[in-house]
Design a protein around this ligand. Structure first.
Ligand SMILES: CN1c2c(nc(N)[nH]c2=O)NC[C@@H]1CNc1ccc(C(=O)N[C@@H](CCC(=O)N[C@@H](CCC(=O)N[C@@H](CCC(=O)O)C(=O)O)C(=O)O)C(=O)O)cc1
Ligand SMILES: N[C@@H](CCS)C(=O)O
Ligand SMILES: [Zn+2]
Length: 766
């Protein structure tokens, strides 16, 4: 029978147990033993789930208290030297200092894991980095699993992916110069895993799915020539894209098996079957690890049956990638519409699908007749459901034309009208939208959800928060205000809850970073906005102040990217439906007198396909959807957009083509390097480069921010510059927020005064 396994299981816990344990530990309310006990019980439960479902092996090494890249760096011994920690004796609290920063050192940089909404900690390398080995956590977990009687398959992030995603701050440093040292460490780890009873080790190399430069391809070949053929068999796991250009060289090396993603890249199957020698395992990633729809089991069987005929026992069946990216289980969903619930599979349900497929392959379809019938019903009811197709939306889509993606006038004309209407100073100050989501706000929302607070009481509480935020901003002297987003649980889920075609879960939590989770809403049908979503709140806030109040919306690409999306129509079509809904909201805000409207697109870069060959198509529809969402307004109405968590320099022409009047971007962590790209490209519209990192509780000094602004002024003319933080302030507390914003306003004022006194000569004389 085909063997079954998974690449990884969500570690946060069905009820976010790990999140609460971590946060209690960080607050000093729980000790290390309580935390590690929660970790141990979660692993135990997750392995039991895998075994009960009938998987042949349980996966060990997918657990992390904060992040698996951080764990890999700690395992290899390659920690950032600036913290002065010894990897061999690294304690859990020290690992949290690496992840979250301490009084002396900022945290390790965090960035997106490929095109997912999961953020990993970026390893920091230098010529001095040693790979002398580190913590025993992985081996301890292997021991724990074996003591529980499980047949195990440990997982490691592979050397190519580790080094490729790492960074060095040293000039001209070549990460590959560390490859041999890293390989020595991997060899030692593999040998130890063999001693601990592992016969197979899964080595994750998603970097092989990128357009790797030639040197990195050669490095991959060298790495697996070195690592293969030891006591332990290697399953080299690729996912998120095709990797078949590596099949030929891999076939010559002693790598015992390869995992391929047949959901994202089904077209690669034939190439792998052709290339792999007769003794290799092919792990077919056929159950979608990135989305929540039930697998079409009959179609999957049809795909795999000829593969099983060719490979026999050497075919393994698996989800396409780690299940980290989907919620734990449907069991806790009591309020989901039963029909929609029947269409879904979360991690636990995907285990059953994986096992059913393997059984169907070995024992024939009749052996899984019930599962096939249920699967057929799901496919049929999804196709024919009236909930999925909305004639109103279809009608709107048919009416979309080129004019709908175009502002009435070019930027130069618009900005003149906006300057006259808004009367803002040079270097206007603003924030990105959210103010602290305090425990009180969250508890208010939870009380409302549980029915302990009525609608009026809830509205009053939220209004009080908004009024507080407006008063604080006025006192700080900010120029363009925001209402603070107190009413929003999340910038995507909040809108999803108000749009038709969306379902949302009670417990569908997915880890975003560390202890932070999101609950991506589910787009199952045509998206339609039945009524205004933000007008009442924004107008309430605007009525409290004479200063411009920014309307605050989430853009179509980010709505798409951070939701679980339909797999029965192209992403571009769903994005267009979202764009129409947001366009209507923009028009309603303008009609209600709102003069500045921000449409956030933090996931615009994240949505970029992993392969360059697919970029142009994506950028074309992504830009168009943003323009459809944003261009219904008069010249005087100022459209902002905001982007963060990404590197934008390779997509600047597309960002310019979005034609927002103002873009605010995260830049402070890279000391404004990002802005150089905008300067070199001659970005035409206004820009607010973030002047302070909102991920850290540190309060930046006014002078530090003024220096960043000075630097920004040398790249972008001051008359096109805005002053703002990197991103929203929802994860911060009020005291540090007020202190930092006071310094930010002081920095802007100081520079304004100097510019008024000395002109632009003030900038070059520093
Ligand atoms: C900007 N970011 C976002 C991303 N993706 C999104 N979908 N949304 C984003 O904002 N990706 C990139 C970044 C990632 N950054 C973050 C930052 C912060 C969080 C975060 O704080 N998440 C919260 C959960 C947010 C939420 O939905 N909260 C709900 C429910 C809260 C809750 O659990 N309430 C408790 C009771 C109240 C209490 O005691 O706190 C309960 O119901 O039991 C809400 O506010 O109503 C988190 O806690 O992890 C995520 C991504
Ligand atoms: N308006 C949002 C953007 C986050 S990317 C916020 O301020 O939280
Ligand atoms: Zn942001």
């Amino acid at each position: 029978m085909a063997q079954t396994h998974i690449l990884g299981f969500p570690r946060i816990g069905a009820q976010r147990e790990l999140k609460f344990a971590l946060e209690a530990f960080w607050r000093g309310e729980a000790g290390p033993t309580q935390l590690t006990e929660v970790g141990a019980r979660l692993r135990e439960r997750h392995w039991a789930r895998q075994r009960e479902a009938g998987l042949d092996r349980v996966t060990v090494g997918d657990f992390a208290y904060y992040d698996q890249m951080l764990n890999t760096a700690a395992l290899l011994g390659a920690l950032p030297s600036r913290f002065g920690f010894d990897a061999k004796t690294l304690t859990l609290p020290q690992s949290f200092e690496l992840a979250r920063g301490n009084a002396a050192q900022p945290a390790m940089e965090m960035t997106k894991w490929f095109d997912t909404n999961y953020h990993f900690l970026v390893p920091e390398l230098s010529a001095q980095t040693r790979f002398d080995g580190g913590v025993d956590w992985l081996f301890d977990e292997v021991t724990q699993a074996r003591q529980l009687g499980h047949r195990i398959k440990p997982v490691l992030i592979g050397p190519i992916t580790f080094l490729y995603l790492a960074k060095s701050h040293a000039a001209d440093f070549e990460r590959l110069s560390l490859l041999d040292a890293a390989l020595d460490a991997y060899r030692r780890i593999l040998a130890r895993l063999a001693e601990h009873g592992a016969d197979w080790v899964q080595v994750d190399e998603p970097a092989l799915c990128l357009d790797l430069p030639a040197a990195w391809r050669a490095a991959a070949e060298h790495a697996y020539a070195t690592l293969g053929g030891q006591n332990v068999r290697l399953l080299l796991a690729t996912y998120f894209e095709r990797a078949d250009e590596h099949a030929a060289w891999l076939a010559k090396l002693p790598v015992a098996g390869v995992h391929v993603d047949l959901v994202r890249a089904p077209q690669q199957l034939a190439a792998w079957l052709d290339a792999l020698p007769a003794d290799r395992v092919l792990s077919a990633g056929i159950v979608d690890g990135r989305n929540i729809w039930r697998t079409d089991l009959r179609r999957a069987l049809d795909t795999l049956a000829p593969v099983a005929a060719q490979l026999g026992e050497r075919l393994w069946v698996a989800p396409s990638c780690s299940l980290l990216h989907v919620p734990v289980s449907l069991e806790a969903e009591r309020r989901l519409d039963p029909q929609i619930k029947a269409w879904l599979a979360f991690a636990v349900e995907k285990l059953d699908e994986t096992v059913a497929l393997a059984r169907g392959l070995s024992a024939g379809p009749a052996a899984i007749a019930d599962a096939l019938t249920a699967s057929d019903t799901v496919q049929r009811t999804r196709r024919s459901s009236e909930r999925v197709v909305n004639p109103l939306v279809q009608h709107r889509l048919a009416e979309v034309d080129a004019d709908m993606a175009q502002r009435a006038s070019p930027f130069a004309q618009r900005i003149a009208a906006q300057r006259a209407a808004l009367d803002l100073p040079l270097l206007p100050t603003t924030t990105i939208g959210s103010f602290p989501q305090t425990p009180a706000i969250r508890q208010t929302r939870a009380a409302y959800r549980r029915g302990e607070l009525d609608a009026l009481g809830y509205l009053e509480s939220i209004r009080a928060e908004i009024a507080h935020a407006v008063r604080r901003q006025e006192a700080l002297g900010l120029d363009v205000l925001v209402h603070g987003e107190a009413e929003r649980n999340d910038m995507v889920e909040y809108f999803g809850e108000q749009l038709w075609g969306y379902a949302f879960t009670e417990n569908g939590w997915v880890q975003s970073y560390g202890s932070r989770c999101v609950k991506p809403p589910i787009i199952y049908g045509d998206v339609y906005r039945p009524e205004a979503m933000t007008v009442a709140t924004t107008c309430y806030a605007q009525a409290l102040t004479d200063r411009p109040m920014k309307g605050m919306l989430t853009g179509p690409v980010t709505m798409l990217q951070w939701s679980f999306v339909r797999d029965d129509q192209p992403r571009a079509t769903t994005a267009l439906q979202l764009a129409l809904a947001i366009r209507d909201e923009v028009s309603d805000l303008e009609r209600a007198g709102i003069r500045v409207i921000q449409i956030d697109e933090p996931a615009f870069r994240e949505g970029l396909p992993l392969r360059r060959a697919d970029w142009e198509t994506y950028l074309e529809w992504a830009v168009r959807t943003f323009r459809i969402a944003s261009t219904s307004v008069r010249d005087e109405t100022q459209i902002h957009t905001h982007m963060c968590y990404s590197e934008f320099n390779d997509i600047l022409p597309a960002i310019a083509a979005m034609d927002a009047d103002v873009i605010t971007i995260e830049t402070s962590r890279s000391a404004m390097e990002l802005l150089d790209g905008f300067g070199a490209f001659d970005y035409p519209n206004e820009i607010g480069p973030g002047v302070y990192d909102i991920h850290s509780p540190r309060v930046p000094a006014a002078d530090a921010m003024r220096q960043l602004l000075d630097r920004a002024c040398t790249v972008i003319p001051p008359e096109r510059l805005w002053v703002n933080p990197d991103c929203g302030l929802k994860t911060r507390g009020w005291p540090e927020t007020e202190a930092a914003l006071a310094n930010m306003v002081a920095a802007a004022r100081a520079l304004r005064e100097r510019l008024a006194r000395e002109g632009t000569a003030a900038l070059t004389s520093r």
